[in-house]
Design a protein around this ligand. Structure first.
Ligand code: NAD
Ligand code: MG
Length: 406
């Protein structure tokens, strides 16, 4: 039976990789809806190629521009706009699978809408889970949704929990997978170390946005590339893993592995360590989650171990990369702390990319907002969004102060 797929964030790095895999399997997948934000020409080209029923953009003006761009092409569906339209297509009964690949907090409501509608949800948008972990996972358990991790590390861990594949314990998401696999000691989360792995603090102080987004192994969107440079990405992933696999942050160890070939590992009580390896190309986890439990061609070449030749490992340096320490703290604190961490980080990264603050100020700003925001226990989407909003306001105020000083 053909799967009907909606791609939230189709014009981004993950969205484009997803459509690349989908295009290889026209017999398996049809595209129901595609959403984009600013890259309208790219979205129009995707519409002409995949002929979805719906396109969604941010506002009325973008919808009008997009209508002109598709006017002479074969696309005959509808163009919708606004945040509510994202939730509508995410929950549309005509689609069974949703790729959640919007970056940042903007992805939370539509991803949750897909979960609540019981879809197969391919989760790339880690910020959604970081912000609203308990709420999100409770919703996965309540609905008949099937949650499959796209983040390469979490996908690797999922693949390294073998009993999971045949286990009755597999219901909603990977939650419970660790318990079902039995005898898991630890999850080992791989980190490339980012472009500044060997830089001193003094060098990082002068780092430019162009240097920060130049990741040595992965080609990704700007925000996650900066997060990889600060190691906040690993911090967000730590919180993501804790929710996905229902383990404490103390059961997750970050291992710096500069080659990005081992995507993560699971350490068992008997001394066994299982890992998933592959070339650093997101089409592998995307294809895995699209077809699970089957395997399909992803377009990724075979891993040439002889060309890789060596695999290195090191502990992360929390002094040079304080963002990771902040994430550990927020994970331990729970409640609103991860949402505050995420919101402050989004504002700080945007300010850094815009040239308003320095690279080291990203983590400083996140630390300051975590200090000042009152801890809360948000138990509804609206409450999580309120924490997000408040933290953003605090972070923006700090950015303005820093900008005036500089
Ligand atoms: P990207 O910046 O390349 O793309 C982001 C997508 O989100 C675009 O389609 C954009 O149109 C859309 N978008 C941005 N702001 C929006 C808004 N306010 N409303 C609606 N849509 C909006 O990002 P990416 O690298 O593809 O990452 C997407 C998500 O996947 C992120 O959460 C990231 O952490 C995660 N992820 C990415 C990678 C990777 O290799 N790129 C790996 C693991 C996880
Ligand atoms: Mg990752």
């Amino acid at each position: 039976m053909k799967r009907h797929l909606t791609v939230l964030g189709a014009t981004g790095s993950i969205g484009v990789s997803t459509l690349d895999v989908v295009a290889r399997h026209p017999d398996r997948y049809s595209v129901h809806a595609l959403t984009g934000h600013t890259r309208l020409a790219e979205l129009a080209a995707q519409a002409a190629q995949f002929l979805p029923r719906y396109l969604v953009v941010g506002d009325e003006r973008s919808a009008e521009q997009l209508a002109l761009l598709v006017a002479d092409g074969p696309f005959e569906g509808d163009i919708l706009y606004g945040a509510q339209a994202l939730c509508t297509v995410a929950a549309d009964p005509a689609a069974d699978t949703v790729m959640a690949a919007i970056v940042g907090a903007a992805g939370l409501a539509p991803t949750l809408a897909a979960v609540e509608a019981g879809k197969r949800v391919l989760l790339a948008n880690k910020e959604a889970l970081v912000m609203a972990g308990p709420l999100f996972m409770a919703s996965v358990e309540r609905s008949a949704a099937l949650l499959l991790p796209i983040d390469s590390e979490h996908n690797a861990i999922f693949q390294s929990l073998p009993s999971h594949y045949t286990s009755e314990a597999y219901r909603g998401g990977p939650r419970g997978a660790v318990a079902a696999a039995q005898g898991v000691d630890k999850l080992l989360l791989s980190a490339s170390g980012g472009p500044f792995r060997e830089w001193s603090r003094a060098q990082m102080a002068a780092a430019t946005p162009a240097e920060a987004v130049a990741h040595p192994n992965w080609s990704m969107g700007a925000k996650i590339s900066v997060d990889s440079a600060t190691l906040m990405n690993k911090g967000l992933e730590l919180i993501e893993a804790a929710h996905l696999f229902a383990v404490g942050a103390d059961q997750i160890e970050v291992v710096v592995h500069p080659q990005s070939v081992i995507h993560s590992l699971v350490q068992y009580r008997d001394g066994s360590v299982l890992a998933q390896l592959g070339n650093p190309d997101m089409r592998t986890p995307i294809a895995h989650a699209l077809a699970w439990p089957e395997r399909i061609d992803s377009g990724v070449g075979h891993l040439d171990l002889l060309a890789v030749a060596r695999l290195d490992f090191a502990a992360p340096d929390l002094e040079r990369f304080p963002a990771l320490a902040l994430a550990y703290r927020a994970a331990a604190q729970g409640g609103s702390a991860p949402a505050v961490l995420n919101a402050a980080n989004e504002v700080a990264v945007a300010a850094f990319l815009a040239g308003h603050i320095g690279f080291l100020q990203i983590a400083e700003l996140v630390a300051a907002v975590l200090e000042t925001c009152q801890p809360r226990e948000p138990d509804t989407l609206a409450a999580v969004q309120a924490c997000d909003r408040d933290a953003r306001l605090q972070a923006q105020a700090l950015v303005s102060q820093l900008t005036k000083k500089g």
